[in-house]
Design a binder for this molecule. Structure first.
Ligand code: IMP
Ligand code: MG
Length: 187
């Protein structure tokens, strides 16, 4: 698809092929939400959505979860362009007292290095959470990844940069209904 040339920039980029179509994503979300409902059938739980990337994933899952499910969000940022900065901004906004004695299901768009989910897990247990599980839409298959085992993974994908369905490049392309590969091109 589009090859976008930004004026005065040495980089252009290309939005590539569809890795996951809208239909495929929506079908998987129905399966995941059924499994989550079953897993928490006997105990109340709270969702913690990691923004901005999980914005569609949380809302689509939530439509199929029990109406009493509590939802919280925190906005975290660790990427600049197509690379991780190695540090996570926003962890300080996690309000620890909200998570005390709760079963928490953390929802994120993608598990990449695992740095974000490891840090969130530590903070939540530190806050007195009873139990912390993870649900990610995507898991990148890569050698170097923190030992985080999400209970729910929508799709495993190769170690490529992707955009769409909430995932962005520099804040853009979140609104794509499918998930597509994305590459930078050096001019
Ligand atoms: P991690 O801490 O390395 O696991 O990275 C987690 C965060 O990096 C995700 O929540 C995303 O916001 C962002 N991220 C990682 N890979 C991609 C990608 O391919 N496209 C867009 N964002 C990504
Ligand atoms: Mg994210």
């Amino acid at each position: 698809m589009n090859r976008v040339n930004k004026p005065n920039a040495r980089l252009s980029y290309k939005i590539g092929r569809v890795l996951l179509s809208e239909e495929k994503i929506q079908k998987r979300i129905l399966e995941l939400s059924a499994e989550i409902r079953e897993a928490y059938r006997k105990r109340p739980f709270m969702i913690l959505g990691l923004l901005n990337g999980s914005l569609f994933f949380v809302t689509d899952l939530l439509k199929n979860l029990p109406l009493r499910t509590e939802v919280e969000f925190v906005q975290l940022k660790s990427y600049a362009g197509t690379a991780s900065t190695g540090s996570i901004q926003g962890l300080e906004w996690i309000e620890k007292k909200k998570f005390e004695a709760k079963n928490i299901l953390v929802i994120d768009d993608i598990l990449d290095s695992g740095q974000t989910l490891s840090a969130v897990k530590e903070i939540l247990y530190d806050s007195g959470a009873l139990n912390v599980e993870f649900c990610v839409l995507l898991k990148k298959l890569k050698k170097e990844q923190k030992p985080i085992q999400p209970k729910w993974v929508g799709f495993e994908i190769p170690d490529v940069f992707v955009v769409g369905y909430g995932l962005d490049y520099e804040g853009m392309y979140r609104g794509l209904k499918s998930i597509r590969s994305f590459s930078l091109i050096q001019k």
